[in-house]
Structure formats: structure tokens, C-alpha cells
Design a protein around this ligand. Structure first.
Ligand SMILES: CCCCCCCCCCCCC[C@H](O)CC(=O)SCCNC(=O)CCNC(=O)[C@H](O)C(C)(C)COP(=O)(O)OP(=O)(O)OC[C@H]1O[C@@H](n2cnc3c(N)ncnc32)[C@H](O)[C@@H]1OP(=O)(O)O
Length: 668
């Protein structure tokens, strides 16, 4: 939908420009006519319609992503646009921004370019561009540091940190706070006061008082580069952002505006940008389920939750719900377990208060919602019962709603609403052997096979970590513990015997009383601070397992490149994802991208497992799997769906002809 701006001039002579593009007043290249602003001869207020300033640019304009339905085709930006915009702002008329609701990205940059900003205390302000593989492109890299200082500006841009209107005022990002019903009048008066010299006429682009001296600024920027290289070694755009900020400090803001525009123009066409924009829409799209979310069914009110089990998992779930203002009944089998569970919740919340992440008042309110019980008497009026199990999933940002043929649509709508309220990204999946264990199993089986055939265990972990995973497969097995790895492997072997590699490595290591990190010995050795280091004794376990598996060393696997390792480890995961997609276990391919990122840790800047696979092509992946299946067994055998895509040269993410929602597949 094309955005627009409407100009209304009041009796006080103040023109108000409202950005209108519901629901979020997104900016589009053709939605705002610079000339409209230029021709203004009065002092002006910028605001957003329906209480939302602007959530920033429509990100479909970046990354060459599929145009969203209704979004106008975009043309490549004129690199001088931000400069034109700066000339507009230099025109002799005071501009005051009236900010309510979201002011993100380009939306906030428009406000930063104004001569003053008035916001409501609950407004949300941020420069999240780096989440899309780009950098602020309307002067934010220059104006933000000059308003709030370098450290805070870098934190807002590099960490995509959002701030409330109230916090923004404390940072001098906004000049005043006003209630929503007095926001526009406050901004109008401010514009008039500037015109009549009762308030300073501040051009943020040329402010210098908040900028640190050059030597100190350089030190701050150097530390920021070190942090970004450590935190995101595979990403260049954070470093580009720092370079553009530095250009403004060293060569002046006008010169840096050019550099910012050129950098944005390059970055917005990068694979990283395309992947992150895909991830953004995939994440937003998980709750759009044909036959469920389009039925008009409204979620029922869920107020009271009962949780069976107050162990680390159950108490974690209870904490998530009381923090989201649900009443929670926590049931345990005896008083000691119950007191331990409630104690865990209290100490965790207290630690948040001690770190300043929560007020004492919020802690008190949250705990008042928790009731511990030893029987089922209070269960008669609960709206939702949750049975907690072993694995620590409450900390994950991801909620898997597993439906069966007997699950009503209403229940799914209810759970999707609960998931949104507890700030989880929910995907609805068919009833199958745990989606995650399918991925995790293929992620651990192949490494075991490669090591037993001669590959270096620690090179595999390093290559997978360098690819962007939080850790390598062997380090992950140590973390979750051999017990979980064995249980997942047995589940996979029972369900899919024809494509399971039965390694002896873990069982051989268990004989040596190794269980992973919990026993300070697994595939790695661990010191008392849980720091991992390679264990030279591993070789003897590998040789023993190799003998038991009757496996010969394949010299080719001793000389694998990191790229070979990534392909041999992840192509079987892609294969598994294709099976899950073909069996209708998920509604759409992008749900698997979300699952891979949020439950396996696959790097979001690669778009997710299938988005990444698609960039390599089905033919390439299928041919590699075929070769490996001839050498190392059926674990690599490409599934029918992948083979079909390869034979036709079609995309792996062609939306399957789904039933209206995931089937409960044969993967019971
Ligand atoms: C005035 C002079 C102009 C000169 C023009 C010259 C141009 C020169 C080039 C400069 C380019 C500037 C580049 C700029 O610096 C870059 C940006 O602005 S990047 C975008 C930054 N914004 C964001 O990151 C906001 C992301 N959105 C959110 O965080 C949330 O949507 C929200 C704002 C908190 C609201 O949350 P909710 O109320 O829950 O709503 P939803 O999240 O469900 O969203 C509803 C609907 O909108 C879609 N959507 C949201 N944000 C965007 C977006 N930025 N782009 C595209 N689409 C967006 C979302 O997907 C939902 O869609 P639906 O699922 O309903 O189809």
C-alpha cells in the first residue's frame, strides 16, 4: 500500500505533516514527496496517524525480497535522497516531531532530523536497521551520536536497542515528554517558540557538545569494532556502521551522509540483508495458518494456568507465565519439591531485581500470582494445564504447538494467543517425532559418522562454529549431556532405522564415566569454570568405536575443508527438513527456517536452513548427498521431495499443497 503524508495548517500558522500508511505508518520510497516538505513556508510538526509515529521503512524495499502483497515496486534510491532531505531540514522553518507509539529506523531518523522532538513516555524509539543487514540510511548514523553521545548511539544501532520516550528524554534523544492528548499541542508550541526565539533552533547534524573528543571517540569506536568482530565474526555491516559513524567524526557529517547512503545502497542488496528480511517476515508469518488464523475464530480468555512439576523446567515455565500476568498453580508431589520449585522462581526474579532488570514492585506482583499446591483441588477452573518435562525449553524464544487430528481449531487459536502474550514465536506442527530431535539427531549423527571414518572431531566443531552456529555438535552433546543425546538417538533409530547411523562413540565414552559437561569430561575436558578444552584421550575412544563399528579410516575425510564439513553436516539436516515439509508436518517452509534458527541456533543471517539450502540449489545438494550415500550409507540418501526438486531444478521452498494445517504424519 502506498503511504502518504498529509499537511494541515492550523490557525496558529503551524503546518502539521502526518505520515499516513496504516497500521504502522511505514515509509516507502514513493510515499513521501520531498517537494511537499520543501514548499512549506510555515513551522512544521511531523507526526504519525493513529497514534503511531512511524515504524520505519517498509523492509520489503531491501534485500531484493519478494515484494509483499500490495507493496509498490521500489526503485533503487537516489543516493542524494538523504542529502535532499537534509537540505529540506536546513530550510529556515522549525520542525518539531510529535512522537507516540513506534518511531523506528527511518521513522526515528526523520524525528532526529527535526529541530526538536516531543514524545509520550511510552513511545518506543530505536534504530534496528542492523537487524536487516543494513545501516540507518536517513542520517541516523550522524544525528544519533550528536544527540546522545557515541556510546549510547552505538548501543542503539549495533544492538538494535529500543528505548521508551521517558528513557529517550533522559538521553536527550527527545526534548520533552507530553501526554498523548497534549502531544501535538506541545509540539506546535515548541515549533512556534523556536520561530520566536524562545527556544533554541538546534540542527542535530551539526551539534558537537555530546560528541567525545577525537582521541576518546576513536577509542570507543575501536572497542566497538573489537566487540562486533567477537560477537558477529561473519557479519560486515556492523563494522560498516562503525566506519560511517567514524567518517562523520573525522571528516564531518555532510561527507558521512554520502558514505552512509553509499553503504546502505550496497548493503541493501546483500545476501545477508535478503536473509534477515526473509527471517523477519518468516517470524511474523508463523501465526498465519490457512484454515486456522483466517477462520475468524477469536482466542478465548486464558487466565489461570496449572503446571505439573516444579523442577528447573516447570519453575521456569511458571516464571514465564507470572511475568506475563497469568495466575499460576504450581503442583508438586511433596512439600520439599514444591518449596524448592517456588524457591527457584523467587531467586531468579530476585536476581533480575538485583540486576536492575525488574522493579521490586513487579517481583511482588508476579509472586502474588503464583500458588503452590500438592493436590488437584484448584484445578477445577484452570484454563490451561502444562506438564513440564526434562529439557530446558522455557528459555527458548520459540513455542512449538504440536497438534493431532483431534486438536480443535479453537485450542490452536487459544495457544497461538498465549504464545504471543508470553512473547514466544509459535509454530504449529503436526504430531511427529520431535521436530527438533529430527534436526538435532541429523546434526549429531553425521559428525559421529565422520569422526569414526577418520575426520577430526575438533576441526568439525570449529568449522560449524565458524559457520555461525553457537557451538559445534560435539560441544553441544557435552552441554545437553550424553543421556539426552542417547535418548534422542534411540528415538530417531526406532522411528527411522533406515537412515540412522548407529555410532558406538558415546557408549564407549560412557564406559569411562563420561557424561559431558556435567562430569567435567565428555568430548572436551572442563575446568571448574566450565571452560572447554580438547581432550587428547579422545583418540583412544574413537579408535575403539571405529573397531566396534567395523569402520575403516577414509583418508579423504582427514583432509576435509571447513566448507566440506559444513555441507556434510548440514545437507542431511536439509534432507530431514525436506522430509518434514513433504509430509506436511509444518504449514510452510519458512516455519522450518524459524525452527532451525530458534531451536537449533542456525544463524538468522543465513535466513534459516531451507532459505540457505535454496541459495545453494536443490540439484547441488542432491548430487552431494547421492555421492556420500554411496560411500557412507543411507544416512545421506536424498529423500523423494529433494530428488524431485533437483530433477526439476525447482526451489526447495515451493509452498507445498498443504492440508489447511499440518497433518499428523507417519512420523508418529
Ligand atoms: C521523509 C523523507 C524520506 C526520503 C526518502 C528517501 C529514502 C532514502 C533511503 C533511506 C532509507 C532509510 C532506511 C531506514 O534507515 C531503514 C529502516 O527504517 S528499517 C525498518 C525499521 N523498523 C523496524 O524494524 C520495525 C519492525 N516492526 C516492529 O518492530 C513491529 O511491527 C512493531 C512496530 C513493534 C509493531 O508490532 P505489532 O503491533 O505486533 O505489529 P506486527 O509486528 O504484527 O506488524 C504488523 C504488520 O506490519 C508488518 N511490518 C512491521 N514492520 C514492518 C517493516 N518495517 N517493514 C515491512 N513490514 C513491516 C508486519 O510484518 C506485519 O505484517 P502482516 O503480518 O500483518 O502482513
Amino acid at each position: 500500500m502506498k503511504g502518504s503524508t498529509v499537511l494541515e495548517v492550523g490557525a496558529d500558522g503551524v503546518g502539521v505533516i502526518a505520515i499516513i500508511n496504516p497500521p504502522l505508518n511505514l515509509l516507502t520510497y514513493d510515499g513521501i514527496d520531498d517537494n511537499e516538505v520543501v514548499k512549506l513556508t510555515w513551522q512544521v510538526d511531523w507526526t504519525g496517524a493513529n497514534g503511531k509515529f512511524s515504524a520505519g521503512f517498509d523492509v520489503t524495499a531491501f534485500g531484493g525480497s519478494q515484494e509483499r502483497k500490495g507493496a509498490p515496486p521500489h526503485t533503487s534510491p537516489d543516493l542524494s535522497s538523504p542529502l535532499t532531505w537534509d537540505n529540506v531540514l536546513a530550510a529556515r522553518k522549525p520542525l518539531a516531531a510529535a512522537i507516540d507509539g513506534p518511531a523506528f529506523g527511518g521513522g526515528l531518523e526523520i524525528a532526529l532530523a527535526c529541530h526538536a522532538r516531543v514524545a509520550t513516555s511510552n513511545a518506543q524509539l530505536g534504530l534496528p536497521e542492523l537487524q536487516y543487514g543494513i545501516i540507518p540510511g536517513l542520517g541516523g548514523t550522524q544525528r544519533c551520536p550528536r544527540l546522545v553521545g557515541l556510546p549510547k548511539a552505538l548501543e542503539m544501532m549495533l544492538m538494535s536497542k529500543r528505548v521508551s520516550g521517558k528513557v529517550a528524554q533522559s538521553l536527550c534523544l527527545v526534548d520533552a515528554i507530553a501526554p498523548a492528548d497534549g502531544l501535538l499541542s506541545t509540539a506546535r508550541c515548541w515549533a512556534l517558540d523556536i520561530l520566536q526565539c524562545r527556544k533554541p533552533w538546534i540542527v542535530s547534524l551539526y551539534k558537537t557538545d555530546k560528541l567525545e573528543p577525537l582521541a576518546e571517540a576513536r577509542m570507543i569506536l575501536t572497542l566497538a569494532r573489537i566487540q562486533m568482530r567477537k560477537q558477529a565474526p561473519n557479519l560486515t555491516h556492523p563494522l560498516v556502521c562503525i566506519d560511517v559513524v567514524e567518517e562523520g567524526i573525522v571528516s564531518g557529517p555532510r561527507s558521512a551522509l554520502w558514505k552512509e547512503a553509499e553503504a546502505l545502497h550496497e548493503l541493501r542488496q546483500s545476501y545477508t540483508c535478503r536473509s534477515l528480511v526473509h527471517f523477519f517476515f518468516a517470524k511474523n508469518g508463523t501465526s498465519k495458518i490457512p484454515g486456522i488464523s483466517d477462520t475468524g475464530l477469536q482466542p478465548r480468555k486464558v487466565c489461570k494456568i496449572a503446571i505439573l512439576g516444579g523442577g528447573p523446567m516447570g519453575s521456569g515455565i511458571a516464571r514465564v507465565f507470572i511475568l506475563s500476568n497469568y495466575r499460576v498453580i504450581l503442583k508438586e508431589v511433596n512439600k520439599n519439591c514444591l518449596l524448592a520449585g517456588i524457591g527457584r522462581i523467587k531467586s531468579n526474579l530476585q536476581s533480575h531485581v538485583n540486576k536492575g532488570k525488574m522493579t521490586q514492585e513487579k517481583l511482588k506482583t508476579s509472586l502474588s500470582l503464583l500458588k503452590g499446591v500438592l493436590d488437584y483441588d484448584c484445578f477445577t477452573d484452570v484454563d490451561l494445564v502444562i506438564e513440564s518435562h526434562l529439557r530446558p525449553v522455557h528459555v527458548m524464544p520459540f513455542l512449538k504447538i504440536v497438534r493431532t487430528r483431534r486438536t480443535s481449531l479453537q485450542v490452536i487459536v487459544d495457544l497461538l494467543d498465549v504464545g504471543k502474550k508470553i512473547k514466544k514465536t509459535s509454530i504449529v506442527v503436526g504430531n511427529c517425532t520431535a521436530l527438533q530431535s529430527a534436526g538435532c539427531s541429523s546434526l549429531t549423527q553425521t559428525p559421529m559418522l565422520l569422526v569414526e571414518h577418520g575426520a577430526d572431531l575438533y576441526q568439525i566443531d570449529q568449522a560449524i562454529t565458524n559457520f555461525g552456529m553457537p557451538m559445534g555438535p560435539f560441544r553441544m552433546v557435552d552441554l545437553v549431556g550424553f543421556g539426552v543425546a542417547i535418548a534422542t538417538g534411540i528415538q530417531f533409530l526406532e522411528n527411522f532405522p533406515d537412515r540412522t547411523y548407529k555410532s558406538n562413540l558415546i557408549s564407549v565414552m560412557k564406559e569411562d564415566k563420561r557424561e559431558g559437561e556435567s562430569t567435567c569430561k565428555g568430548f572436551y575436558m572442563y575446568d571448574d569454570k566450565h571452560n572447554a578444552s580438547p581432550d587428547p584421550d579422545i583418540v583412544k575412544f574413537v579408535e575403539k568405536a571405529r573397531t566396534m563399528s567395523h569402520v575403516m579410516v577414509d583418508t579423504k575425510l582427514r583432509n576435509l575443508s571447513d566448507g566440506d564439513i559444513v555441507e556434510m553436516i548440514f545437507f542431511p539436516v536439509v534432507n530431514e527438513a525436506c522430509r518434514i515439509l513433504a509430509e506436511g508436518v509444518v504449514v510452510k517452509a519458512s516455519d522450518l527456517d524459524i525452527a532451525s534458527v530458534m531451536s537449533m541456533g542456525f544463524p538468522s543471517y543465513r535466513g534459516g536452513i531451507l532459505f540457505w539450502a535454496n541459495s545453494l540449489g536443490s540439484r547441488y545438494i542432491c548430487s552431494k548427498l547421492e555421492d556420500w550415500s554411496k560411500q557412507y550409507g543411507k544416512i545421506f540418501k536424498p529423500c523423494a521431495y529433494l530428488t524431485e526438486c533437483a530433477s526439476k531444478g525447482t526451489s526447495l521452498v515451493t509452498e507445498m499443497k498443504q492440508t489447511t494445517y499440518p497433518s499428523s504424519s507417519s512420523r508418529m
